[in-house]
Ligand binder design. Structure first.
Ligand code: NAD
Ligand code: FE2
Length: 408
């Protein structure tokens, strides 16, 4: 298929130690009333208090909202949206991990369009621009600061559900690695491996037949821009993640995974991710485990199933991770082994059995994963229920050899 590409990104992205000092200027471009959705753990941190002081001294009126609950229950967001509407902000600031950033996006949506969030579940259902969102991540990370999606949990749904729309792409992203220095090892590991999975799944996304004369899907599949960004993301994250987990004060490692997370978000925002994400939704719902733990657990098995189908792409990933093997099939297997080694090193569980999942739950997990159509449509190996079940069986047993005969 001929190359094509789509990018939908914030008009402003700043990256680097100290870039948060730009925040008053960036926010002031959008107005003076600021509704700040802040991770509750960070609201009293010296870094955030300094940010607040800077906004205050710039004449901005800020309301700080810290009701960001784990897993983003939809009712809590309805309340956050009402609090924001009462304040009548010009702009919404999101400050925190992916949960706070997603909450900020959804508050900006509710203030602009009212209604209830279930009106917007799925793809392309947001009817127009939302309030400008300025996103400042403190994990590296989800990439939510640059992506068109936010994920909530709703008791009426079996698993977390996404709201995806180009209108949810923030107006500005300020990625300051300094803010990630305090993240504990487990947060660093789970959010960091998720960022790597974003790069890996964006780079391996399938070609979608796009109708350029019609409405485009939010996630456009294989994408020539995303390819380049994804490989750079992998190059930045893979050699540095274990170091950042082992020593949270390693500024160089923190810088590189923050950069990689941003690049991965820029990559998967337009392209989408696929099977590790589709499978994580039901696994996360059943086991109450973090998003990155689930995507990190599944990725070696998903990639293993990809070896016979897209060896060239996996070989390119191997090279991005530092491999020098020139035989494509061996290099493809090396890439999967490298990803699995990294997961093991940073403490990602190696099997679904370790999470307490029972073997007889696997067909149900496969069936639920298939409901995430936007994700399974981008799978490079199809989404045959038998294939998903085979991936799950291998992940349950913690044995990648069940998916393919090892090359050597
Ligand atoms: N919108 C997207 O594109 C996208 C992509 C992937 C995941 N997500 C969503 O993002 C969420 C996960 O985000 P996450 O992995 O960033 O975790 P998170 O935001 O849920 O934060 C995890 C924990 O880390 C703490 N924390 C965050 N930053 C910290 C810091 N600098 N120092 C100390 N503690 C800190 C938080 O208080 C929280 O307890 C999930 O809800 C997931 O569904 C969104
Ligand atoms: Fe993710």
């Amino acid at each position: 298929m001929p190359a094509s590409g789509t990018l939908r990104l914030p008009p402003r992205i700043h990256f680097g130690f100290g870039v948060r000092a730009q925040l008053p200027r960036v926010i002031a471009e959008h107005g003076i009333r600021v509704f700040a959705v802040v991770d509750p753990m960070l609201a009293s941190s010296p870094e955030f208090l300094a940010v607040l002081d800077g906004l205050d001294r710039s004449g901005l009126t800020v309301e700080v909202h810290t009701d960001v609950l784990p897993e983003l229950p939809v009712d809590s967001l309805t309340e956050s949206g009402a609090a924001a509407a009462a304040f009548a902000p010009d702009v919404v600031l999101g400050y925190g991990g992916g949960s706070a950033l997603d909450a900020a996006k959804l508050v900006a949506l509710l203030v602009a369009h009212s209604g209830v969030l279930s009106d917007y579940y799925g793809e392309n259902r947001v009817p127009g621009p939302v309030l400008p969102i300025v996103a400042v991540p403190t994990t590296a990370g989800t990439g939510s600061e640059v992506t068109p999606v936010a994920v909530v949990s709703d008791p009426a749904q079996t698993m977390k559900i996404g709201i995806s729309s180009p209108y949810l792409v923030p107006a500005a992203a300020l990625v300051d690695p300094e803010l990630t220095l305090g993240a504990p090892p487990s947060v660093t590991a789970f959010s960091g491996i998720d960022a790597l999975v974003h790069g890996l799944e964006s780079f391996t996304a399938a070609d979608l037949p796009l109708d350029w004369s019609g409405d485009l899907p939010v996630f456009t599949g294989h994408n020539l821009f995303a390819d380049r960004l994804a490989l750079d993301a992998i190059r930045a994250i893979a050699p540095n993640l274990a170091g950042a987990v082992a020593d949270g004060g390693d500024r160089d490692a923190r810088e590189q995974i923050a950069l990689g997370s941003l690049l991965a978000g820029m990559s998967f925002g337009p392209s989408g991710t696929h099977l590790s994400h589709a499978l994580q939704y039901p696994i996360g719902a059943l086991t109450k485990t973090p998003h990155g733990l689930g995507t990190g657990l599944m990725i070696p098995y998903v990639l293993q199933a990809c070896v016979p189908v897209i060896p060239e792409k996996l070989a390119a990933i191997d090279a991005a991770m530092g491999g020098t093997e020139t035989d494509t099939r061996i290099a493809a297997q090396d890439a999967v082994d490298r990803v699995a080694d990294l997961c093991r090193t940073i403490g990602i569980p190696g099997s679904l059995a370790e999470l307490g999942i029972e073997r007889d739950q696997l067909p149900h997990i496969a069936e639920l994963a298939l409901r995430s159509k936007r994700l399974v449509d981008i799978s490079p190996i199809g989404s045959d229920p038998a294939l998903l079940l085979a991936i799950l069986e291998a992940a349950y047993a913690g044995d990648r050899a069940m998916l393919a005969a090892p090359v050597r």
